[in-house]
Design a protein around this ligand. Structure first.
Ligand code: ADP
Length: 328
């Protein structure tokens, strides 16, 4: 059976980008067709300035939202990365096959370094080695597929390079993973800055729809989204990034293709109103289920405990084999 691994970082509240680009596919498709693991990757949240209590809270919050989005622990494995030691154990071995040059070439590294410097923070070494930990997340489970948004393309490519190199040098140990992407909304853009992606750890709250935003907040954010000069509603991400982003979001919510949907609109206002309504409807069941889940904290503890135990059992044989293969 195909094995799938994917994760989400507890660096902020989950966004519409996380949902449309990743989590919805996990819940609606992946957990039903494969042996799937979904992980809240809290070690990755320590690569930039963080508050310990906030990371702990956000990890639990993220697991609760994944369950609210429809992940079923009876069908898939939901867990927190730091609860399973194998990730850090394997990451170190992968740092020993990676080069610093290939780590420095990562676009996300460059972007995050710029952001940290702009904030006046120093850059943590773990930000550079982040892709080795991500490769460990994937390779420890022998994942065949890694469903991700477009922003993770380069990291999954690097994971494949590391797997090939390790296998060639030390004998076949790792399964070769491949990234899979959603057909629409692989890259949901910030509503206020439609040339950068909607990211949960960005500072501009007005451009981000969070999964637990109340309907009136969702409407306000979408109605105030930056559009483009001109009045024609057309799908053209290059010259009309704002309008195209709204069309992508609408298409992801109601089905269809962004280019075809554009024909139904003669004004930006109508497009925004329909997009806002569609997002509110999309989030309604998730928000309802979230309220039920937070009323039952014992259920979350059980999910976390069982998830970690299952994940550990799957990762340990591969990571032990990697330790033996490399000479330890
Ligand atoms: P973030 O940038 O919000 O911190 P994560 O690194 O936690 O995101 O990513 C979790 C998943 O959500 C990944 O598969 C990632 O590709 C996807 N994702 C994140 N932001 C977006 C976006 N704006 N559009 C589409 N997918 C996204």
């Amino acid at each position: 059976m195909t094995r799938i691994f994917s994760g989400v970082k507890p660096t902020g509240h989950l966004t519409l980008g996380n949902y449309l680009g990743a989590v919805r596919q996990w819940a609606e498709v992946d957990q039903h067709r494969a042996d799937a693991l979904f992980c809240v990757v809290d070690l990755h949240a320590l690569t930039v300035e963080h508050d310990p209590g906030r990371v702990r809270r956000l990890s639990r919050h993220a697991v609760t939202l994944l369950l609210a989005a429809g992940l079923d622990p009876g069908r898939c494995t939901v867990f927190v990365q730091s609860h399973v030691d194998e990730h850090a154990r394997l990451s170190y071995l992968l740092e020993c096959v990676a080069t610093d040059g290939e780590m420095r070439r990562m676009i996300q590294y460059k972007e995050k370094v710029a952001r940290e410097r702009a904030r006046g923070s120093s850059v943590r070494l773990s930000l550079l080695t982040y892709p080795a930990l991500m490769a460990a997340d994937i390779l420890a489970y022998g994942a065949d597929e890694v469903p991700v948004g477009d922003d993770q393309r380069q990291h999954v490519e690097l994971t494949r390079d590391l797997a090939v190199r390790f296998n060639q040098r030390y004998g076949h140990t790792f399964v070769m993973p491949r990234a899979t992407y959603p057909v629409v909304a692989a890259r949901v853009m910030d509503l206020q800055e439609p040339t950068s992606k909607m990211g949960k750890s960005h500072d501009s709250v007005a451009g981000i729809v969070y999964l637990l935003d109340e309907p009136d907040v969702v409407r306000k954010k979408i109605m105030r989204a930056v559009t483009d000069s001109g009045q024609e509603v057309a799908y053209d991400p290059e010259s009309k990034p704002g309008v195209s982003n709204l069309l992508e979001i609408l298409a992801a919510c109601v089905g269809g293709e962004p280019g075809k949907l554009s024909g139904a609109y003669t004004s930006y206002g109508a497009l925004k109103k329909d997009t806002a309504d569609a997002v509110v409807e999309l989030l309604r069941p998730l928000q309802y289920r979230h309220r039920e889940l937070i009323a039952d904290p014992a259920c979350l503890e059980g999910v976390l405990r069982d998830g970690a135990e299952k994940a550990r059992g799957m990762a340990r044989p591969t990571v032990d084999a990697a330790y033996r293969a490399i000479g330890l």
